[in-house]
Design a protein around this ligand. Structure first.
Ligand code: F6R
Length: 608
């Protein structure tokens, strides 16, 4: 949420800053701005809208200079406007800052600064940072930033330039990611490595409460006690996935089609067929403790929360373990009994989600073992968990998550298999899970070959303005996730419900204008699902079923059917969600929506 890029080096800064912003745009895209230090002056341009709007506005304005910072925003305090866009300046117009995160005590600081005659031009929390630096500046920018940070409460990744320090970018991190990129005679700062891939593979990740200074001759890093730190340089091998969409119209579609590979990457090298078990190196350090935990609490948000709900069925089925699933944003309000016998498992694609981080901190305080399943290597959640597993799904740029969701389900299955084999799961049962997991990539590919049929069905349903999604047991989270995908990218109202709950209220919504998507598997819930569908049909509701290849009767009771291959019940959600992702995609496309950057959303949600 919000992206920062900074540059200091031999090249002209502006094109690098604009390119970096485009690469970070999936983090927030309601306004953007950049500032270049040019002959003891700050040259600032900001615009409402996308980075392309900023670019258009900046064309008329030459911005030479070799040092600058830029920002793409997801509004928290203050609507998207030019005044609220970053970078923000001090009263003297000499200092510019870009900020990612939230300054929780900004009102107190603002009051203090107003009393000292500072003039504010935005409604943001961030602007106080520029004015505080101005207060503390006595010719040494680094010192002024250090003093400023001591006053800030909340989370931040901050980049700062000063007109009088033409060759310096100062950054500081607490809670929101900041990395440094090291090139030849040039140095970069960014919120994530995607921004820097064309320029350098040498990356340093700042930890919380670390400050870095970039200048053309080098860089240095300090802690907030002003002590120098030596930090390891990582060599990143990530492919530059943002370079092209590989012929797909949108990243979301590309990522839906990458699911067979992402699923394979989730289990490659992680199964031991001869023993009917999985092997997860990241869990080895805590395996003894994990074998005997009495309770597992899964915490996550949004799509990752729905993966957690599927995880409950997976762990209950394979591990004989008491499992609770909590929305991370509600976790701290619960009086949950967490102790050394509890494992808390955080699921997060980005590894940056503020609510999930807050839940982890709360669970740590209570002594639980903290595990993570995270896609972004080295992200905040990866760093604060005791142990965990990476998805290795590759970067996901479509704001609506697809391939990481299905990859999460596979990783959860492998975790449950590992723990389950210590808790009574037999070799035969374990082997059956492994065989089913191995088949998934082929089965997903098969669903993807049905794209024309799914597209046609989506077009027929695109005229409706409300949808109900229903499912039972492991298809219930799929109903929630299917509804979320539709509302996120097409802005159509959709509700996900456990099918059995329908008669307790939502059925009153049903009429010929309110269709239902029913997710049906040929399992113990099948007959009850058929009854629920009949109840909808009896009220003139149109029903689209996503159903297993083997369920013949479904065609007789539903108006439309999309078929999916069958697998073990615990893995069926991996397959059932794929046509629903495509269904949402094609409806959004027919409405002309901005699929990869849906309104009001951002990829990583770094505010609570
Ligand atoms: C929806 C989506 C979000 C995220 C949620 C948590 O498509 O991606 O609902 O799942 O914001 O994010 P992570 O998984 O990064 O913690």
């Amino acid at each position: 949420m919000c992206g920062i890029i900074g540059y200091c080096g031999v090249r002209t800064a502006k094109p690098i800053l604009l390119d970096g912003l485009k690469r970070l745009e999936y983090r927030g895209y309601d306004s953007a701005g950049l500032v270049v230090v040019d002959g003891k002056k700050l040259n600032l341009v900001r615009a409402v809208g996308k980075v392309s709007d900023l670019e258009k506005k900046g064309i008329a304005r030459p911005q030479p200079g070799h040092c600058g910072i830029a920002h793409t925003r997801w509004a928290t305090h203050g609507r998207p406007s030019e005044e609220n866009a970053h970078p923000h300046c001090d009263c003297g117009g000499k200092i510019a800052i870009a900020h990612n995160g939230i300054i929780e005590n900004y009102l107190d600081l603002k009051e203090e600064l107003l009393a000292r005659k500072h003039e504010f031009r935005s409604e943001t929390d961030s602007e106080v940072i520029a004015h505080l630096i101005e207060e503390y500046y006595d010719g040494d920018l680094e010192k002024a930033v250090l003093k400023t940070v001591q006053r800030l409460e909340g989370t931040f990744g901050i980049a700062v330039v000063h007109a009088d320090s033409e060759d310096q970018v100062v950054m500081v991190k607490r809670g929101s990611p900041i990395i440094i990129g090291i090139g030849e005679g040039e140095y970069f700062a960014a919120s994530d490595a995607n921004a820097l891939l064309p320029y350098t593979q040498k990356i340093i990740s700042l930890n919380d409460d670390e400050l870095a200074v970039l200048h053309p001759g080098g860089y240095h890093i300090k802690n907030l006690n002003n002590e120098f730190l030596q930090k390891q340089i990582e060599i990143r091998q990530d492919r530059d996935e943002l370079a092209d969409k590989k012929g797909f119209e949108h990243f979301m579609l590309k990522e839906i089609f990458e699911q067979p590979e992402a699923i394979e990457n989730a289990f490659r090298g992680r199964i031991v067929e001869g023993e009917g078990v999985s092997k997860l190196g990241g869990l080895e350090p805590v395996m003894e403790r994990l074998k005997s935990v009495k309770k597992l609490v899964i915490v996550s948000c949004g799509t990752s929360y729905y993966a957690g709900l599927c995880g409950r069925y997976i762990f209950e089925s394979l591990c004989d373990l008491h499992v609770e699933v909590e929305m991370a944003s509600e976790f701290r309000y619960r009086r949950l009994k967490l102790d050394g016998d509890t494992a808390v498992l955080a699921l997060s694609q980005s590894g940056e989600t503020a609510d999930t981080i807050a839940a982890i901190r709360e669970a740590k305080r209570k002594g639980a073992l903290i595990l993570g399943v995270v896609n972004v290597v080295g992200s905040a959640i990866a760093q604060i968990t005791d142990a965990g597993v990476y998805n290795h799904a590759g970067p996901e740029f479509g704001v609506a998550s697809t391939k990481i969701y299905t990859s999460q389900l596979v990783v959860l299955t492998l975790m449950a298999l590992l723990i389950g084999r210590y808790r009574g799961l037999s070799f035969t049962e374990g082997s059956a899970v492994i065989q089913a997991v191995k088949k998934l990539p082929r089965q997903v590919k098969k669903i993807l070959t049905d794209i024309e049929h799914i597209k046609k069905v989506a077009q027929e349903y695109s005229r409706y303005r409300d949808f109900l999604f229903i499912g039972r047991q492991h298809n219930y989270p799929t109903a929630m996730e299917g509804a979320l995908k539709l509302k996120e990218i097409s802005y159509i109202h959709a509700e996900g419900y456990p099918a059995g709950e329908m008669k307790h209220g939502p059925i009153s919504l049903i009429d010929e204008n309110f269709p239902t998507v029913a997710i049906v598997s040929q399992d113990s819930t099948f007959d009850k699902m058929i009854s629920n569908i009949q109840e909808i049909k009896a009220r003139n509701g149109r029903v689209l079923a996503v159903a297993g290849e083997g369920s013949d009767r479904i065609g007789d009771v539903c108006d439309d059917v999309i078929r999916v291959p069958e697998t073990l019940p615990i893995l069926q959600p991996v397959l059932n969600i794929v046509p629903l992702q495509l269904f949402a995609y094609f409806i959004a496309r027919s409405k002309g929506c901005d699929i990869d950057k849906p309104r009001n959303l951002a990829k990583s949600v770094t505010v609570e």
